[in-house]
Ligand binder design. Structure first.
Ligand SMILES: Cc1cc2nc3c(=O)[nH]c(=O)nc-3n(C[C@H](O)[C@H](O)[C@H](O)COP(=O)(O)OP(=O)(O)OC[C@H]3O[C@@H](n4cnc5c(N)ncnc54)[C@H](O)[C@@H]3O)c2cc1C
Length: 509
């Protein structure tokens, strides 16, 4: 055997061993009094699924099984190793920040609590304190506009709150910002607005609810409105941000309670229970099923429901939207860029490679040569359809226009993740569009036939999109399902059969 063939055999053997090691082991099937394989099947092993499992465990229910398609727990808490050999760092392609932490002894973000418990390494970031501004002519100071855009955003959230008190209808966040006098036209204004809006919601103000985006901000960041704090902590932990949820899971989960590398294909449900079939043909039955699949997965029919979900549920699923947030990482032989944490690039096209973060900085990864740029929404979907080389060329074009007097070499490493096309996610996190009624959201969360439960970041009315939304929803769902089991049945979460307009449309025949 030549050297190449030997290394192929070694490679195949190690893949085989890895499969044996992490392949889905036979679950511990302890039939329930109703004759099902397990009491609860939790579909998806992200934050919501793990915390739902913890709630069941804490309520004395151990007969559950987490079914996860990937080879590890964590879901959208997902890290990867990036960089040329010898200069590698662990970075986050998914969530990166604890958003809103705690002020004094006020309410604490549960993700911050987990981070402290499991000793996460994290650094505070703040674009208002540490920002350099650019446009396609190079470095240019428009921080005054940047701060004005921040003020306009806050004024918009205050005006939205006043609308809630008067029960006025929702509109787009674009209408809202116009009503408070903010009408961005120039590249500098558009980029400044992008930082305060799209970078958070992963969609544009035109695509977003004015009222829900405002409460989304307030419940997380605004302490006067019950929020945690206005600080953001970015994970730089070399075990990955996912470490905090994996370490939490390791405290209570047994091997028999987790099935990895197991992709769900279909879910059959009725008033007395449910059965779940995997792509490999395995079928398992349960008294209750908790789906934690992302909104995008539900929207794209990646998992088939039998019978088809009722119309009120489908309307809710299709009415909420899934945004995409894409970090594009580059590594260079050495740093040649800004010394602030952030840079804002204003292109004539809104949303074109606007927010840059240098990682080769004290408190992050000094000496790493790593920088990354974030795009969102439709722009993310656009670049996912391109080849990596094409995206790299575009990104390098922008970087070279930001530094017209520097000879910038090609990067030694380049990577971005395609969240929108990934069948396990179909986007990054949910966003509330202006056409979505609160009743729609109630229906997104509602149970079907009392046996099929839905949870995850998207079902959180206050914290949709955030890690802490996924956490609270998992906790609440686990608690309620435990109660249903202990009371030997329950009515589930109610839904609204038909969502009606508050007033007739008023069209004349
Ligand atoms: C790029 C990006 C950046 C983000 N940044 C932040 C941030 O900085 N701060 C913040 O608070 N939040 C952020 N978020 C959002 C946060 O990551 C999510 O809100 C949270 O992780 C969602 O958890 P979940 O349990 O609801 O869903 P998930 O983590 O998606 O868990 C669902 C699980 O279901 C599995 N699954 C899917 N389909 C199947 C199938 N057919 N069979 C079996 N298993 C399946 C998936 O693999 C996944 O593990 C970000 C997300 C992304 C993608």
């Amino acid at each position: 055997m030549d050297g190449f063939a030997i290394s192929r055999v070694v490679q195949l053997l190690s893949i085989l061993l890895a499969c044996v090691d992490i392949g889905h082991s036979a679950p511990l099937l302890r039939r329930t009094p109703t004759g099902h394989d397990v009491q609860v099947l939790i579909l998806g092993g992200g934050v919501s699924g793990i915390i739902a499992a913890r709630s069941l465990h804490q309520k004395g229910i151990q007969n559950f099984l987490i079914v996860e398609a990937r080879e590890e727990l964590g879901g959208r808490m997902r890290s990867f190793t990036f960089g040329a050999p010898g200069r590698q760092v662990t970075l986050e392609i998914g969530c990166n920040w604890i958003q809103g932490t705690q002020l004094d002894d006020g309410p604490i973000n549960p993700i911050f609590d987990l981070a402290r418990k499991h000793n996460l390494s994290a650094t505070p970031t703040d674009g208002h304190e540490s920002m350099t501004t650019f446009d396609d002519g190079g470095s240019v100071d428009y921080l005054d506009i940047f701060y004005k855009a921040g003020d306009a955003y806050i004024n918009g959230t205050i005006a939205a709150g006043a609308r809630v008190n008067k029960t006025l209808v929702d509109t787009t966040a674009r209408t809202g910002s116009s009503l408070v006098g903010w009408k961005p036209m120039t590249p500098h204004e558009m980029a400044s607005e992008y930082y305060h809006f799209d970078w958070e919601y992963a969609q544009t103000p035109e695509q977003s609810s004015w009222i829900a985006s405002s409460w989304g901000n307030n419940y997380t960041y605004e302490v006067t409105q019950g929020g945690f704090s206005d600080s953001n902590l970015m994970s730089i932990d070399q075990r990955g941000f996912k470490h905090i949820i994996q370490a939490e899971a390791a405290e209570f989960l047994t091997d028999e309670q987790v099935m990895l590398n197991a992709t769900v294909k279909s879910i059959k449900y009725s008033k007395i229970g449910a059965s779940v079939t995997l792509v490999d043909g395995t079928t398992m039955t349960a008294d209750y099923v908790i789906s934690t699949f992302s909104l995008g997965v539900l929207q794209q029919d990646d998992v088939v429901f039998e019978p088809a979900l009722p119309e009120w549920k489908v309307e809710a699923i299709q009415s909420m939207t899934m945004g995409t947030y894409t970090k594009i990482f580059l590594q260079f032989p050495e740093k040649f860029w800004f010394d602030t944490q952030f840079a804002l690039y204003a292109d004539k096209e809104r949303g074109r490679y606007p927010i840059w973060q240098g990682m080769d900085l004290e408190g992050f990864f000094p000496g790493s040569g790593v920088i990354f740029v974030t795009v969102t929404g439709d722009y993310s979907e656009r670049i996912e359809a391109l080849e990596d080389d094409q995206v790299q060329d575009e990104v390098m074009g922008v970087l070279r226009s930001m530094y017209p007097n520097v000879t910038i070499p090609d990067p030694v490493a380049f990577h971005f993740n395609r969240w929108h096309t990934d069948p396990l996610y179909r986007g990054s996190y949910s966003n509330w569009p202006p056409s979505l009624f609160v009743d729609h959201h109630t229906n997104l969360r509602a149970t079907v036939e009392e046996r099929l439960w839905f949870t995850g970041e998207a079902t959180s009315q206050k914290y949709f999109g955030f890690l802490h939304g996924a956490y609270y929803e998992g906790e609440a769902t686990g608690d309620t399902v435990a109660k249903c089991i202990q009371d030997q049945g329950c009515a589930g979460r109610p839904h609204v059969e038909e969502i009606k307009n508050a007033r007739p449309y008023g069209l004349k025949p």
